[in-house]
Design a binder for this molecule. Sequence first.
Ligand code: GTP
Ligand code: MG
Length: 200
Amino acid sequence: MKITSAEFVKSSTSVKDCPEQVFPEYAFLGRSNVGKSSLINMLIARKNLAKTSGTPGKTRLLNHFLVNDTWYLCDLPGYGFAKISKSIREKWEQTIKNYLHHRENLLCAFVLIDIRHEALKNDLEFLSWMGMKGLPFAIVFTKADKLSRAKVQLQLAKYEKKLALQWEPLPPIYVSSSATGEGRDDILNLISDCNSNFNI
Ligand code: GTP
Ligand code: MG
């Protein structure tokens, strides 16, 4: 899919404030600093339309972007961010879950996981929650440029083994790098396929 336009629409504090559900939508979620905003910029080929930062906790609202005038991307705050108070962390997590639960035009939530990390409890719990709610999702491993090819394959195999304990078949899985553009075509192809089924 060719990206011809991408614009920031609005930031919302809750699902109630989000833009009207007139277009198909894709959300990016995962732990703070995993690379959600960077992946969005990579997909839409814009340098810093979604704000990124080396410090976790940069994205604090539900940020909508309209792409090609026909579909939305939503950049979400991270979950499991240790350096904020428990009450704020719980509020963010509730905001994310409410959004996922009530956003009917959401066709796929991309759950991002840093390829360098071992399977983490709160990622696995989040995936279970998505499954329980019957929400469509795909897993995107991020920061593949930080490991050798062999190590990427090793990490992937380890993670898939863990996921297989819970999922049969496995959800769609992508390997990405916002630094090299790896994974871009495959993720855009999935979005394009979902877009063509919207409203059918
Ligand atoms: P929060 O909004 O704080 O939850 O973080 P986020 O998940 O949106 O992460 P963000 O995109 O802001 O990226 C966090 C840091 O990781 C930044 O310093 C990015 O430059 C870096 N980063 C993100 N993706 C990649 C990647 O694919 N490769 C490399 N090398 N660095 C990346
Ligand atoms: Mg962010």
